[in-house]
Design a protein around this ligand. Structure first.
Ligand code: F6P
Length: 547
């Protein structure tokens, strides 16, 4: 079990609070002027990652205090428990072992006294064999044609991870077209199947529980569509499933050899490393899937062994706590400077917000401090032309992670130089802003009169002092992507430990599911059960206007 220490009752919390009041008016750029070593001091180089966190509102004292917080909440000991497979998902009495999925074959990780590594490797072998047979065309559809398309049917963690990674690794993709159906909105499934050929399409139903309404509805609709083109026996050649619920899969009619098991000790939002990642392996080949896992494993080792001041997930988590709990920042932006990572922040929204969106602590008490941050973002430079205005000159403090690559994949060097010029320019602008003197000089040089300048001046001044982390990676490869994802997974863990919450359950999602089931009955029947008057009116209006 994780230790349960209220962070606000640690000795260092008050020190951090006092330190915040004493330093909050300091400008980050002033720290740079005073300390020539600052950029080096607050940079971590690890393998092909260069993480510069010097453009933050911190001094060495801030970092020392934050590191003291990590020590006081027993972070080291808790990390060990996480990797050792203790039941740290206490409300569901489960271990949290997505890290075991990327372990080496000779490792040993025990759940209920049983080493789980052999089972993991058995499933990996199955993923490998299956992917290779589909990609090579040796495994064919019911009319003996090779597969051309794959449809992943899942939602939440059974969709976002595979969809994000498949998009991110598009450069490494093979000839298979991979599609994702997630929303219960029938227009989504229809748009996907309308151009598909049932003879050459493989369907991968992914649902840890195999009870999720969206996934089962989409799977049923697709099966019905498929059977209007083929016989019942053909289903076995075109449908496979990934789940822990073997009974429900067989009820659905999927042959046992087409089942890819997963386990309760893998959380949905951390499951892309399991057979949930089958569509990644199909899209990019098993070797790339394996490299993704290897990259994540490297980050696991870094997280387990690096001293906390040199530990990327720990440092990023502590900085986030600093802004969230002391500066009162409500959100964090994730800005990858690569179009390939266009779904990265959507993916992290589930990972971070479903994990740390909690308000009851590990002692069962309502917390009296802030927990999970809001996560949002879009790739640069598109985001610069969309919401950056608010980050630069709005009233809200939005710490941002900038993720960029030294090498581009298609070697369009001119584009890459422009992209990266923007990448570096934005964090510099967010740090320094633009002073009154700079604005005056600029407008004077443009020939503007003193009175015109006077009028424009307040709007043209940028305060700067907006915190950013720069994560500069050599190249977008399966391996570096695996490490990047694992970095954020471990950041989630560290923050959950500090906030003393259970990061690995998601009871909050259940209420909406229960009510939707109840309301579906209202929609389908002639009666409407009792609701608040707003919901009743809405349902009545909806039903009357559908007639
Ligand atoms: O959104 C709630 C949730 O339980 C997620 O945690 C999970 O990833 C998703 O639903 C899908 O669940 P399943 O894989 O069981 O269909």
């Amino acid at each position: 079990m994780l230790t349960n220490i209220n962070p606000t009752e640690t000795e260092v919390w008050n020190k951090l609070q006092e330190h915040f009041y004493a330093t909050k008016s300091f400008a980050i750029k002033e720290y740079f002027k005073k300390d020539a070593e600052r950029a080096d001091r607050f940079t971590i180089q690890w393998q092909d990652f260069y993480v510069d966190y010097s453009k933050n509102n911190i001094s060495q004292e801030t970092m020392d205090l934050l590191l003291e917080l990590a020590a006081e909440v027993n972070l080291k000991e808790n990390i060990q428990k996480y990797f050792d497979g203790e039941s740290i998902n206490q409300t569901e009495n489960r271990a949290v072992l997505h890290t075991a999925l990327r372990e080496k074959e000779n490792a040993e990780v025990f759940v209920d006294g049983k080493n789980i590594i052999p089972e993991i490797y058995e499933v990996k072998q199955k993923i490998k064999n299956f992917s290779e047979a589909i990609i090579s065309g040796s495994k064919k559809g019911h009319t003996e044609k090779a597969f051309t398309d794959v449809v992943n049917i899942g939602i939440g963690g059974s969709d976002l991870g595979p969809a994000m990674v498949t998009e991110a690794l598009q450069y490494y993709k093979n000839h298979l077209n991979v599609h994702f159906v997630s929303n219960v909105d029938g227009d989504h499934v229809q748009e996907v199947i309308k151009n598909l050929n049932p003879e050459t399409t493989l369907f991968v139903i992914v649902s840890k529980t195999f009870t999720t309404q969206e996934t089962l509805s989409n799977a049923m609709t697709i099966r019905k569509w498929f059977m209007s083109h083929a016989s019942e026996e053909a289903v076995a050649k075109h449908f496979v499933a990934v789940s822990t619920n073997l009974e429900k899969i067989s009820e659905f009619g999927i042959a046992s050899e087409n089942v890819f098991p997963m386990w309760n000790w893998v959380g949905g939002r951390f499951s892309l490393w399991s057979a949930v990642g089958l569509s990644i392996s199909l899209a990019t080949g098993y070797d790339n899937f394996d490299k993704l896992l290897a990259g994540a494993h490297n980050m696991d080792n870094h997280f387990k062994t690096a001293s906390f001041d040199q530990n990327i997930p720990v440092v990023l988590a502590l900085l986030s706590v600093w802004y969230n709990n002391f500066y009162g920042a409500e959100s964090e932006a994730i800005i990858p400077y690569t179009q390939y990572l266009q779904r990265f922040s959507a993916y992290l929204q589930q990972g971070i917000m479903e994990s740390n969106g909690k308000s009851v602590d590990r002692n069962g008490n309502r917390v009296n401090y802030q927990t999970g941050t809001l996560i949002w973002g879009e790739p640069g430079t598109n985001s610069q032309h969309a919401f950056f205005q608010l980050i630069h000159q709005g009233t809200k403090l939005i710490p941002a992670d900038f993720i960029g690559y030294i090498h581009s994949l298609h070697h369009k060097e001119d584009h890459h130089e422009k992209l990266m010029a923007n990448f570096f320019a934005q964090t510099e602008a967010l740090l320094n802003g633009k002073t009154k003197e700079e604005v005056v000089a600029e407008l004077t040089a443009k020939g503007m009169s003193a009175s015109e300048i006077e009028k424009l001046l307040p709007y043209k001044i940028f305060q700067g002092n907006k915190p950013t982390n720069t994560i500069l990676i050599d190249k977008l490869t399966p391996k570096s992507l695996g490490a990047l994802i694992a970095l954020y997974e471990h950041k989630i863990f560290v923050q959950g430990v500090i906030w003393n919450i259970f990061s690995y359950d998601q009871w909050g999602v259940e209420l909406g599911k229960q009510l939707a089931t109840k309301i579906l009955t209202d929609i389908k029947s002639s009666e409407i059960a009792e609701h608040d008057s707003s919901t009743t009116n809405l349902l009545r209006f909806f039903k009357e206007n559908r007639k």
